[in-house]
Design a protein around this ligand. Sequence first.
Ligand code: GTP
Length: 532
Amino acid sequence: MVAAPAEDDRAASNEDRAATEEAKTGAHDLAIPPAPAEPTPDVKREEAPESARPAEDDAVPAEDESPPPPISPLVGEMPGRAEGGEAPIGDAALGDGAAIPPSVPLGHLPHKGGEQRAVEAAAEAGRAAIEEEKAGSDDIAPSPQRATEEVATPSEDVVAVPDITAHEDVVMEDEPAALPISPLVGEMPGRAEGGETPENLAPALPKGFAAADQRPKEAAPASQPKLSWYQRLRHGLARTSSQLTGQIASLFTKRKLDEATLEDLEDLLIQADLGVETAMRITDTLASERYGKDVTGEDVSRIMAGEIAKVLAPVARPLELDLSQKPHVILVVGVNGTGKTTTIGKLAAKLSGAGLKVMLAAGDTFRAAAIEQLKIWAERTKSDIVASKLGADAAGLAYEAFQLAREKKSDVLIIDTAGRLQNKAELMAELEKIVRVLGKLDPDAPHTVLQTLDATTGQNALQQVEIFRNVAGVSGLIMTKLDGTARGGILVAISAKHKLPVYFIGVGEGIDDLEPFEAKDFAEAIAGVGAA
Ligand SMILES: Nc1nc2c(ncn2[C@@H]2O[C@H](COP(=O)(O)OP(=O)(O)OP(=O)(O)O)[C@@H](O)[C@H]2O)c(=O)[nH]1
């Protein structure tokens, strides 16, 4: 068990966030084929037999060992780590082998009767696949930038094992009888109490993944009245919108539209993070409609909403999942603190709640708390999880998680990554390596590279996209923390500049606070027009 004290970790994380400031630079009807009908074996958390592990030198280009990475304390080096005591964090942490995820449709259910035999067969197949991979992966070329990358030693860090028969006596010590945060039954869309899959819980996905209307009534938080998504969006963007509309209103008090006013408006819109391009679109449209005439703040807001919606419409797209892949691999990248892990949890809730088989991989091996956090999300969302020790090779973990997800026939594998290492170059090298290594198993993997952006960082988010796009091939964005920020306009500037799909937005820390990005709703919420 990783014994890094949580407080230290948090303190370190805060420092890290400061340190990385320099680095900081729709329709959503997800078409997903029905869930698989074939049963899949469940896999226990077990210690990996050597034979079952792909040697890292074969599978994964090694991390540069010289000089030893200061951020990668190995087990024996970790303060407070008990030798032979607590199990490492993610020793083959494949969810709860005994529990059948209640949202998994019947076709997904692990075997009851001849379960063991089936698992053994699957394990055998898994071993064969790994052997095959070992044999075929010698051709992994070291990165040209990393000439010192050496052939690695077997991945002792990653313990994700298909073979549950070889080490029946090995029990994960970190597998608690009851986790500190128990699965919140009712939090999950479509999840019923008692662990049974309701008959009507077909894996047909509504808007943007979720089967929200299938939530059992008792699932709603008891205390507070639940706001609709639209209300929460408007509430979240209230600061952005009130600041903007207040300034516009004072600019256009009894004023005819002239050149000076247009310039003032343009400045104001740029300061509101909307970006030069969108600011000019708005002023041009306003000028063509109202030049020389009286203009009210409402006129400007209406035109602003229309122009913003036009900028956002092309990027408000659904996250397409190709479930013929088994798994569709989603790599989640972004600066630390932008909400990667939380967003992964929210996505897993939607997917798992809709009946898909989800596996999470704790690829942020830099922060013990990130690993723990993801384990909790996995528990809450009934997803499988593959985790490893603090400081383990993230690319190796991603590789093995991909293999395991294939063996388990997971529909979706979501891989978390570190948001920072000791410096930006290290982080970028790690991300490149993860992408490269996944590509060894499937040239199209990762099938989606999601970048999370923290709306509160404003203009820095623009540069963050630039950087991660080049390194990791970002294919879509999720903007988080739109609740309570006055800087929501940045999403418009990013959309105009990068034209990357924006799949979802986050307006809170809760499991339900992630929704498909809707251009018109968002534009109206920012401009403060439309029904409240
Ligand atoms: N208000 C708000 N908070 C959020 C949102 N999304 C994430 N957070 C919070 O932001 C903080 C950082 O989130 P994480 O998910 O740990 O971010 P991360 O990118 O994984 O961070 P690292 O592991 O350090 O790389 C946590 O306190 C989250 O609860 C959101 O949409 N709104």
